[in-house]
Design a protein around this ligand. Structure first.
Ligand SMILES: O=c1[nH]c(=O)c2ncn([C@@H]3O[C@H](COP(=O)(O)OP(=O)(O)OP(=O)(O)O)[C@@H](O)[C@H]3O)c2[nH]1
Ligand SMILES: [Mg+2]
Length: 194
C-alpha cells in the first residue's frame, strides 16, 4: 500500500488545489496517499518564510505519531513597494480588513508589483526536514472574479492573459501559481528514485 503523507491545513481552498496538483499524472503509479488533518498551528512572526513554514511543520511533527511523514505550507503575498510586506501577515490582513482595503493600501503608490510565495516544509519518516518554494510575480489590481479564495481576485500574475487568479480556471492557475510551482518541486522530490 502506498505510504500515507499528512497535509496539515485548515484551509479548504488550499487543500483542493494541493490535491489537484499532487494527484498522479496519467499512467503514473500512486506513490503515496494524501490525508488532511486540521491541526491549528501557530504561525511565528518574521520575514523569513522558510523559518515560518519550518516552525509550523515542527509543531505538526510533535502532534503526530513518531515517523509519520507530514507537510505544511505557508503562503505569503509580498508587495515590492512595501519591501515584502504584508508577506506572511497577508492572512490577517485578508481576515481583518478584506481585499478592497488591501488594494487601497497601494493607492498612493504607482508601483503595484507583488509576488506570491508558497513555502512547503516537509518532515520525512526519519524526521529530516525539507523545504520547497514557488514564486509567481504579478500586480495588485481592483477585485475581479469570484471572491471565494483569499486574495485571488486582486492578484493578476504577469504570465497569463491579463486576468486575476480568480478569473482563471483552476488548472490554469495551478500551472503558473506559486503553489503549483512549489508543489511541482515537492512532487519531483517525492517521486525521485530513493
Ligand atoms: O487568493 C489566494 N490565493 C492563493 O493561492 C492563496 N494561498 C493562500 N491564500 C490566503 O493567504 C493567506 C495566507 O495563508 P496561510 O498560508 O497562512 O494559510 P492558512 O492559515 O489559511 O492555512 P493553513 O496554515 O491552515 O494551511 C490566507 O488568508 C489564505 O486564505 C491565498 N489566497
Ligand atoms: Mg501564513
Amino acid at each position: 500500500m502506498a505510504p500515507q503523507i499528512v497535509f496539515v491545513t485548515g484551509n479548504e481552498n488550499k487543500l483542493k488545489e494541493v490535491k489537484m496538483i499532487l494527484s498522479p499524472s496519467e499512467g503514473e503509479e500512486e506513490k503515496f496517499t494524501l490525508i488532511n488533518q486540521n491541526i491549528d498551528l501557530d504561525e511565528m512572526q518574521g520575514a523569513d518564510l522558510e523559518f515560518i513554514a519550518l516552525s509550523k511543520c515542527k509543531q505538526a511533527v510533535a502532534e503526530l505519531p513518531k515517523g509519520q511523514p507530514v507537510f505544511v505550507e505557508d503562503t505569503a503575498l509580498c508587495f515590492d513597494e512595501f519591501n515584502g510586506l504584508p508577506g506572511a501577515y497577508i492572512k490577517w490582513f485578508v481576515k481583518s480588513m478584506g481585499v478592497d482595503k488591501i488594494v487601497q493600501m497601494l493607492a498612493g503608490f504607482s508601483n503595484k508589483s507583488a509576488q506570491a510565495v508558497t513555502t512547503i516544509a516537509y518532515a520525512d519518516s526519519e524526521g529530516q526536514f525539507h523545504t520547497f518554494q514557488g514564486i509567481t510575480r504579478g500586480k495588485i489590481v481592483n477585485p475581479r472574479g469570484p471572491q471565494t479564495f483569499g486574495w485571488d481576485c486582486i492578484f493578476q500574475p504577469d504570465e497569463g492573459s491579463g486576468v486575476t487568479y480568480a478569473e482563471m480556471p483552476k488548472s490554469e492557475k495551478n500551472n503558473i501559481s506559486q503553489r503549483g510551482r512549489a508543489f511541482a518541486k515537492f512532487k519531483q522530490f517525492l517521486y525521485a528514485p530513493k
